[in-house]
Design a protein around this ligand. Structure first.
Ligand code: NAD
Length: 356
């Protein structure tokens, strides 16, 4: 039997752990794994594109555990009442190749994306950053807000979305959450929302080279957490922002980000650093208070590896529903797989059983 973590179990685990604490612990796991970068077998994800979206497979292994995530990105889905991003994944034992865990990863992707964003911002945003503009108020938005409030000390979040109903939803949810000391302010445009913000998070969904942020909106010292541009032909930043002389760009895994990130708009020798080099202290996340820093996030398989392992651990630690699925046959004789297919021998029914 293989352990199973469904949406209900993740909700239960979040209820027990607390969402902010969950994100904090997960950020710690992701940081620890990025710090042992060399231990991992890494590859860009395998993407299958269509005119409306993408379906991706994301594998990673440290030689002991192997993980993969299935994830989609379909920006028009919300018009049909469906999520833009859904995901599930598997954690497996490299020694036997047996799956250990089958898990939902839709909620978990939002949690790990927020954890990674906040982790990067800790090294890249100016110290004492207090104000974050959040452009794109859809499914990822609350998770990003909680992570930046809890891990960065953000005290004001400025909201803008082209869909005012999305901002209504975010405002409502944040009001219910009552994050201590957090001021929530909505704006009528991106330009107004980002003015004087310390951090700008863009988490919009649109399958095109959008220009959510244009050069005149970017002031010295700002940190841009660019989450929504994560596919060929799907970006959020005007390329001139990346051409500034004072810009510093950090990516997760360079070969993948060259294809999928904001830097797909740049030549192949455009300078970037990988997050692992920043975490290891080999490259600065920010060299001065005046630099413009950009975390060009696309989502890397290592983050899902960390998330699956973390989920599996707390699933075992915490009380509650411990479901399993019969994903792999259990056999007395492993060579007798066909024995499962053969009709089971008939058992003689006793007269007493018939009478009952
Ligand atoms: N980097 C990562 O690791 C990672 C992880 C998960 C999701 N994503 C990406 O993040 C984005 C957001 O994901 P989501 O699940 O919240 O999607 P979503 O569809 O739930 O929300 C996106 C929001 O962006 C808004 N939007 C679109 N164009 C806009 C514009 N020009 N200005 C302001 N708002 C605009 C939409 O109205 C919508 O409310 C997607 O593009 C997704 O692919 C990236």
């Amino acid at each position: 039997m293989v352990d199973f973590i469904g949406v209900g179990r993740v909700r239960e685990l979040l209820g027990r752990r607390g969402t902010a604490h969950f994100i904090e612990e997960l950020a710690g796991e992701i940081e620890a794994d990025f710090r042992r970068w060399e231990a991992f077998e890494k590859s860009s994800r395998h993407a299958s594109h269509s005119s409306v979206g993408v379906i991706e497979l994301m594998p990673a292994s440290d030689g002991r555990l192997y993980a993969f995530k299935y994830v989609n990105g379909h920006p028009k889905n919300t018009q049909e009442g469906l999520l833009t991003v859904t995901a599930f994944g598997v954690l497996a034992d490299v020694q036997t190749g047996y799956p250990l865990l089958l898990s939902e990863l839709t909620l978990t992707t939002a949690l790990r994306t927020a954890a990674t964003s906040a982790l990067a911002a800790r090294y890249m945003a100016r110290r004492h950053s207090r104000v974050m503009a959040l452009i794109g108020n859809g499914a990822q938005a609350e998770f990003q807000t909680i992570a930046f409030h809890h891990l960065l000390g953000i005290r004001e979040v400025r909201l803008y979305d082209t869909d005012s109903a999305a901002t209504d939803k975010l405002e409502r949810n944040l009001a219910r959450l009552r994050l201590p000391g957090l001021r929530v302010v909505r704006y009528a445009s991106t330009a107004e929302a980002v003015r004087t913000a310390d951090i700008i998070t863009t988490a919009t969904a649109d399958k095109r080279n959008a220009t959510i942020l244009t050069p005149e909106l970017i002031v010295p010292g700002v940190h841009v957490n660019a989450v929504g541009g994560d596919c060929p032909g799907k970006t959020e930043l005007h390329r001139e922002i990346l051409l500034r002389s004072d810009v510093r760009v950090v990516v997760e895994y360079e070969p993948q980000s060259r294809i999928e990130g904001e830097i797909q708009q740049m030549p192949a020798d455009y300078p970037v650093n990988e997050l692992e080099a920043v975490l290891a202290g080999r490259a600065p996340g920010r060299a001065s208070n005046d630099e413009v820093t950009v975390f060009d996030s696309v989502g890397f398989a290592l983050e899902d590896f960390s998330a699956l392992r973390y989920l599996w651990r707390i699933h075992q630690e915490e009380r509650g529903a411990h479901l399993q699925v019969d994903l792999v046959p259990e056999l007395k004789d492993p060579k007798d797989l066909f024995g499962l297919v053969l009709p089971q021998p008939q058992r003689l029914v006793t007269t007493a059983e018939v009478a009952a």
